[in-house]
Design a protein around this ligand. Structure first.
Ligand code: ADP
Ligand code: MG
Length: 479
């Protein structure tokens, strides 16, 4: 039996407002517990919520960015449930009339392949507080700093058919919300969270299978792993004659497994009803158009421009436009170095990205600035150094040892291009290794690499590789 995977994602993006969605308390991350929760967030009797205009603007900005219909009238509703970190006994959310309606998003899958994913809706809601289970010895601590933080919940259609597609979608939404500056995208701090709904069905079947909802996916890697695990688990169940239960499952990264959290039968009946404390939100076209005017160049537009202007593959362009900051860095390198944009792309998405990743540094704080990298690329272009030596220079620049020219000078890394000098080295290497030379001449082609290696060793990698190759071929052809 062939199986087909079906995935729909629910993404919670924390909106980057200074204050909460219905109160003036700060949303800054990392404060002492319960120092940023006012009477509204605490659910005190007699207090009234006041809608944060900025949160509305941000939701609208998302709506126009995905080409969705922004609702002229949306309504806040109470979602009732009991939980210790929800003092009011209900969460203010949107149910029947969300602020953002149907839209779509194109994801890029490499090799120039794309797919359009439907977005069902996006609605505004408040976050709950946090229950803290560590350090309280048999008790639970409650921190209400997060209570009332504005969230945009973005719900997709079940349009994705693999973990790879789900990750591409999540990354695209992540890039988009950061481009339009409505969310900082910090997954470690919980500003961007994904729930994945996963089901399987026999290939060709129209009807969707029963889904499980995977919670607690706070990195793209976990998202991918958890989906793959869940797909395997569901196929195993069905193939051994069982039935998949509709339930919420938790992904445990330490054990790399998903486990049941609650079944749909035990699920709450939330008794949604319109919140009588809040007026419906009515937006006219002028308001929406004015926000549309503020949109920057969006990830897709930037990607297409990069592909066209710099002659890059879609894959390269996707990587370089993952954030505005990285894209800006790349464009600064190209403009300053005035060299092949493809080589610049390789350096930015290769050496630089690896170093940033390894040291957990943001590109805007990179010790190797765009100007420094451009200086290095110039020295590769004019053959002062080889691409290989350039990696050494990059490392030194990363350690703060100055610009490319200073490092090349200080470490004596200048490429040897004097063909007389290289010819002499080549001759030495061939005469001191007569056995290998003979073997090479009798057909052991692989030994050519040995000779190149010897010359490079003598020059600490500084000989121009092209010249070494040519002169070695010539020399080995003689007896
Ligand atoms: P709920 O209200 O229980 O969260 P929704 O109908 O709003 O359910 O769906 C939530 C998410 O689950 C959406 O992203 C949707 O695309 C996805 N989804 C719904 N049915 C399936 C299914 N059978 N398989 C995979 N995903 C699904
Ligand atoms: Mg849901």
């Amino acid at each position: 039996m062939q199986w087909e995977t079906v995935i729909g994602l629910e993404i919670h993006a924390q909106l980057a407002t200074k204050s909460k969605i219905f109160s003036g308390a700060s949303t800054a991350y990392g404060a002492e517990p319960n120092t940023q929760a006012c009477n509204v967030d605490l659910g005190m009797p007699g207090v009234l919520p006041v809608l944060n205009r900025e949160a509305v603007c941000m939701a609208v900005k998302f709506g126009v960015a995905i080409g969705a219909k922004v609702a002229p009238r949306s309504v806040f509703a109470r979602k009732n449930y009991f939980y210790p970190d929800l003092p009011k006994g209900y969460q203010i959310s949107q149910m029947e009339l969300p602020i953002v309606g149907v839209g779509k998003l194109t994801i890029n899958l490499g090799d120039g392949e794309s797919k359009v994913i439907g977005i069902t809706r996006a609605h505004l809601e408040e976050d709950a507080g946090k229950s803290l289970h560590e350090d309280f010895h048999g008790m639970t601590g409650i921190d209400l700093n997060r209570a009332g933080t504005p969230l945009l919940e973005i719900v997709s259609e079940p349009d994705m058919s693999s973990a790879v597609e789900a990750v591409a979608y999540a990354k695209k939404i992540h890039a988009l919300v950061r481009y339009i500056e409505i969310c900082d995208g910090n997954m470690a701090e919980g500003s961007f969270r994904c729930d994945a709904n996963v089901s399987v069905r026999p290939k060709g079947q129209e009807k969707l299978g029963t889904r499980a909802e995977l919670k607690n996916l706070n990195s793209f890697r976990f998202l991918e792993k958890a989906i793959n695990l869940e797909v395997e688990r569901q196929i195993d169940i069905i193939e051994s004659g069982g039935k998949v239960a509709q339930e919420t499952r938790l992904y445990d990264a330490d054990r790399n497994e998903t486990r049941s959290m609650r079944s749909k039968e035990e699920a709450n009946d939330y008794r949604y009803f319109p919140d009588p404390d809040l007026l419906p939100v009515e937006l006219d076209d002028a308001f929406i158009d004015a926000i549309r005017e503020t949109l920057p160049e969006l990830p897709d537009e930037k990607r297409q421009r990069f592909e066209a202007d710099y002659v890059l593959s879609q894959q390269d362009a996707v990587v370089l436009t993952a954030s505005r900051e990285l894209a800006d860095y790349y464009e600064a390198v190209v403009a300053t170095a005035q060299t092949d944009p493809k080589i610049a792309a390789n350096w930015v998405s290769g050496e630089l990205a690896a170093a940033l990743n390894k040291e957990a540094v943001d590109v805007v704080n990179s010790p190797v600035t765009a100007e420094l990298l451009a200086g290095l690329l110039k020295r590769i272009a004019d053959q002062t150094i080889s691409g290989k030596i350039a990696k050494q220079v990059f490392e030194a620049m990363w350690q703060g040892e100055g610009d490319a020219d200073a490092v090349i000078e200080a470490k004596g890394l200048k490429q040897i291009t004097d063909s007389g000098a290289i010819e002499k080295l080549v001759d030495d290497v061939v005469t001191t290794n007569p056995k290998q030379a003979e073997q090479y001449r009798s057909g052991k082609d692989k030994l050519f690499g040995f000779f190149v290696g010897q010359v490079m060793k003598e020059t600490k990698g500084k000989a121009n590789p092209q010249q070494v190759n040519e002169l070695l071929k010539k020399r080995l052809a003689q007896d």
